[in-house]
Ligand binder design. Structure first.
Ligand SMILES: Nc1ncnc2c1ncn2[C@@H]1O[C@H](COP(=O)(O)OP(=O)(O)OP(=O)(O)O)[C@@H](O)[C@H]1O
Ligand SMILES: [Mg+2]
Length: 161
């Protein structure tokens, strides 16, 4: 099932990140894809901040591919595959070790993964509309995400009022 939003400005991306941080649980995997500069890192920062991780810790992991943030409500692992390019080999970077049922794992440039990791992942596709706005499409399997999509949508609507 799907949810779509137009994110008018970084503030709305921050709202989405905050709402996502409230519905996510241990072991969640978010796969972020879409246009260059569409707001993947911004969204990850907002999720981290919702988990109680200090803002200054979360920078785009463009040199280190994996950043661990262990001081929040849940451990957050932020991965950026951009530098690996297409056909990223996740066993090579040791990603599998993070899927322990506790870590929340967020992967930027997930379209570079050769094979889908798990079908329970939430796919988040962010795209450029214009300088001032972005579009986001969230896709998840209905039996995992239905309840949480309802909560997420309530949260988004509440902050719209
Ligand atoms: N909804 C939005 N509306 C307008 N600008 C936004 C929105 N969300 C993020 N931005 C801005 O877009 C720029 C790029 O954001 P960010 O670095 O998060 O993108 P990214 O998808 O991680 O980029 P990359 O593809 O390089 O990893 C930043 O200046 C950010 O403030
Ligand atoms: Mg980024």
């Amino acid at each position: 099932m799907r949810l779509r939003y137009t994110l008018k400005g970084i503030e709305t991306t921050n709202v989405l990140g905050n709402c996502l941080s409230m519905v996510l649980g241990p072991g969640d995997l978010f796969l972020l894809s879409g246009d260059l500069g569409a707001g993947k890192t911004s969204l990850t920062k907002a999720i981290a901040s919702g988990l109680g991780i200090e803002e200054k810790e979360v920078t785009s992991p463009s040199f280190a591919i994996i950043h661990e943030h262990l001081n929040g409500r849940l451990p957050l692992i932020h991965v950026d595959l951009y530098r690996l390019g297409p056909h990223a080999d996740i066993t090579e970077i040791g990603l599998e070790d993070y899927f322990d049922g506790e870590n929340v794992v967020i992967i930027e440039w997930a379209e570079y993964l050769e094979t889908p990791l798990v079908e329970t992942a939430l796919k988040i596709d962010l795209n450029f509309v214009d300088e001032q706005s972005r579009e986001v499409c969230l896709t998840g399997k209905i039996w995992i995400w239905r309840e949480r999509f309802l909560l997420l949508d309530d949260c988004m609507k509440a902050s719209d009022e």
